[in-house]
Design a protein. Structure first.
Length: 324
């Protein structure tokens, strides 16, 4: 853990289990986590950074970590992705998606004309560029580790010259007023969060998603196409495809793929088997319950067709005489 936050090193007080999240109280992470009744019933352990959350899970201090992984405006949360790919061996258990409403928070009596500093996590500030450019073009931007910490800092300052970007919950917790609401550049903004544990794959529900990372053997023409063909041939829908540096040199990239379906599904398992055999490596980050709506009918029809084709091939192979 970093700083003075030692909450994730305390032994559990009861049998509820412990879940770590990006704190302090009032973050979007907490807001998303509390939408899950089973998680809300656990002992909540706020951590100072996303890295701290994942270390708490890896070390066994908590059973579950809850972290942001993707935003509709800013894209992937690279700190989370890189840590899951390169630094930890953790499995995704669930995803949660919530709408993001950004608020400008300040102490009572402070107006827009009084503000000289904007305090927030950089990803939140970036989502409000238009509002800040029009309303507060000359203010200083002060980065923090979370929107809730930004609210804490502003509430503790004495000069009344700072404002925070964060949740209305963070404002309420810290005694701040909402100067402006819905200040994000794009309406319909959402953030996706994932719960991670040290291992295990949840049982398939029929409403699932799988996340993998594919490492190529070499950077050659058509290598990405060959990866995508494994899914196209099986009518498996991809919900995200992204490249990330492998940290091994310029131009060396891996591919992060979210796909509809579960490793327990025959088609998905078949695709992963072929990918593993044809590429340098495939990292399995998890199969888990998906948030929102999916289109399972196409997968079900493809699964039936695959089983029928497999039975046909097995019947043909059964006609081959045994070797002597």
């Amino acid at each position: 853990m970093t700083g003075s936050d030692t909450s994730a090193t305390r032994p559990a007080a009861d049998g509820r289990g412990r879940i770590a999240f990006l704190g302090p109280e009032g973050t979007f992470s907490e807001q998303a986590m509390l939408t899950q009744p089973d998680y809300a019933a656990m002992e909540l352990v706020p951590c100072g950074t996303i890295t701290d959350v994942l270390h708490a899970v890896t070390s066994g201090d908590v059973e579950i970590g809850f972290v942001p992984i993707e935003n509709a405006i800013e894209g992937s949360v690279n700190i989370t992705l890189d840590a899951l790919i390169f630094d930890h061996e953790l499995r995704m258990q669930r995803e949660v998606v919530i709408p993001i409403v950004m608020c400008l928070l300040a102490p009572a009596g402070v107006g827009l004309g009084d503000i000289e500093r904007i305090v927030s996590i950089p990803v939140a500030t970036a989502q409000c560029r238009g509002f800040l450019r029009e309303q507060l073009p000359r203010v200083e931007h002060v980065p923090t580790n979370s929107t809730a910490l930004a609210a804490q800092i502003v509430a503790g300052e004495a000069d009344g010259r700072s404002a925070a970007i964060g949740t209305s919950l963070a404002g309420k917790v810290n005694g701040l007023e909402v100067l402006a609401e819905d200040i994000e550049d794009h309406r319909g903004n959402e953030t996706r969060f994932v719960a991670v544990t040290r291992g295990g794959v949840p049982a398939p529900t029929g409403h699932d998603k799988t996340t993998i990372v594919v490492f190529q053997r070499a950077d050659r023409p058509g290598s990405l196409l060959s990866i995508l063909q494994e899914f196209a041939a099986r009518a498996i829908n991809l919900t995200r495809l992204e490249s990330r540096p492998t940290k091994r040199g310029l131009g060396d990239y891996c591919f992060i793929i979210d796909l509809e379906g579960h490793v327990g599904d025959e088609l998905v398992a078949d695709a992963l088997r072929d990918l593993k055999s044809k590429n340098e490596d495939v990292l399995f980050l998890g199969s888990y319950t998906a948030a929102g709506e999916t289109a399972p009918r196409v997968r079900r029809e493809a699964e039936v067709a695959w089983r029928e084709a497999n039975d046909w091939v097995q019947a043909l192979r059964a006609e081959i005489p045994p070797s002597t």
